[in-house]
Design a protein around this ligand. Sequence first.
Ligand code: ZN
Length: 253
Amino acid sequence: MLEGYGGNIGVLSGNDGLVLVDDQFEPLAGKIKTALSAINNKPVKFIINTHFHFDHSDGNKILGREGAVIVAHENVRKRLSTDQFIAAFTIEQKAYAYDALPKITFSESVTFNMNGETVQVFHVKNAHTDGDAIIYFKESDVMHTGDVFVRYGLPFIDMTGGGNVDGMLAAIDQLLVLINDNTIIIPGHGPLSNKKDLQNYKDMVETVRGRVAEGIKNGKTLDQIIDANPVKEYKTIFDKTEFVRIVYNSIKR
Ligand SMILES: [Zn+2]
């Protein structure tokens, strides 16, 4: 795992060349390449984008042009091909040039057999976005979750990008079945984690969802639910009320 300013980068190294999971920001590409050459001087053959957000995929603009084949869920290519507006942050993400787009897309799953590793890449529906991929390095028992799982507290769910809270909870359940107590998890952001961390994260999201759903059932308005502070014991790097709003809108939909 390489850490930097954007999402965590997963690196699979060996005689077949490098496989990256995500590639952070464009200006960091030089630093990423330096860090990779310290691991292995072979070229980057494939980059798997966990989703379309720029803090995970902007490095495509450099590495894609230099010949790495970018692989992602089909909705990631759709979104990267057109201007995107991430409403919660009022951020516009401009369409990528051809070289920065995925060359290979999949709808359900795809498997890489490289460097002696079985790399299972599969889609989880409408979780953090509508194009999330989970990457499981089977023999090493290492999983990269993208932003379906993060360690900064309450997550961001990109509803304009096709995510919703129930999809995220369903995705986490899928992952919990697949992993064991020894699995190393690379979260979208934050330190290396394990199954217990993922379980705690699920409990947090589920608790907040339960409280918001209860408020809706009791006829409360969004403002009344926000005032009741259903996220009180949890932290996040974002605006806390925004998460309540997202959960509320997810359920209402
Ligand atoms: Zn993201």
